[in-house]
Design a protein around this ligand. Structure first.
Ligand SMILES: [Zn+2]
Length: 295
């Protein structure tokens, strides 16, 4: 009983963000899997009447999503919409079941709606089959719409996927919020793009243009779909240096998950890399071993 209470307190602390009306309900340390697992995408609950989910995680973490919601006292019946940043399974896999069991409608951009409705398995995104989900409404670039008394703004930003969007809204605390899905960390498969018959170079420039537009919008906190760290080469460090480095890195990542205050700088870095022709982040991501060492 006591242990359970402690676990719930820890979970609740992990779920809190920098604003009182947004909770992390899926992602790092909240749903199964490590930083790079297919189950690790961040899912956010925007509090209101009704509540809105921005992404909902994989179907494989559906039960954990429900548990997390119950930790903050939110009933799935009180969620009015799942708003998708894009169609990848680690972000929307649970949407089919949320709709089937609780009747929660699902909204996505037309560029990704086909994939969402068919269900799909994209070798890179990450390798999880996405159960098909019927799309109830399409969201478009420049659209503003109300859910209850809250306004959401949609910015179409293809690149990570054809129908990726950023979603803006304002916190009841005042700050303006931007949910960017995966368009800032931006990893994708060049091969998948080739298969879709798009020119990679043109796509990268379009992607950078879209990021520039979002970067120039007025927002205070940026919420990412994953927080992937850039890594120094750990093998060049001695054990103490590694330990310190990983510790600092983890606390920065944690702060970003709760709403990055340096979101515009992070977007600038991504724009720079895209314009230089870099599709992927460096290969030396943090490993599970490093994470353990940092604890
Ligand atoms: Zn993705």
């Amino acid at each position: 009983m006591i242990k359970e209470q402690i676990d719930i307190d820890i979970l609740k602390e992990r779920m809190a963000t920098k604003v009182s009306d947004v909770w992390r309900v899926g992602g790092w340390q909240l749903t199964s899997g490590g930083v790079f697992s297919a189950y690790s995408a961040e899912a956010f609950l925007v509090v209101g009447s009704p509540n809105v989910l921005i992404d909902c995680g994989s179907h494989l973490t559906y039960d954990e999503l429900l548990r997390n919601l119950s930790v903050i006292g939110v009933r799935p019946e009180d969620i009015g919409l799942v708003l998708a940043t894009h169609s990848h399974g680690d972000h929307i896999g649970a949407a089919a079941k949320l709709k089937e069991v609780y009747g929660i409608p699902f909204a996505i951009h037309p560029g990704d709606a086909g994939e969402a409705e068919q269900g799909f398995h994209d070798a890179l995104s990450p390798a999880v089959f996405t159960p098909p989900v019927a799309v109830d409404s399409l969201i478009h670039d420049g659209q503003e719409f109300q859910v209850g008394d809250r306004t959401f703004s949609i910015y179409h930003l293809p690149g990570h996927s054809p129908g990726s969007v950023c979603i803006g809204t304002q916190s009841v605390d005042g700050p303006r919020l931007m949910f960017v899905g995966d368009v800032v960390h931006g990893i994708f498969s060049a091969k998948a793009i080739e298969e879709r018959g798009e020119s990679i170079f043109e796509l990268m420039l379009k992607w950078a243009d879209g990021l520039e537009r979002v970067r120039n919008l007025d927002f205070d906190y940026m919420f990412e779909g994953h927080v992937f760290p850039f890594m120094e080469n750990l093998s060049l460090m001695d054990e103490d240096e590694q330990h310190n480095f990983v510790g600092r890195l983890l606390s920065e990542m944690d702060s970003r998950r709760k709403g990055a205050e340096n979101g515009k700088e992070l977007i600038d870095t991504r724009i720079f890399l895209l314009r230089q022709g870099f599709l992927h982040l460096p290969d030396y991501y943090i490993s599970e071993d490093c994470l353990t060492a940092g604890k």
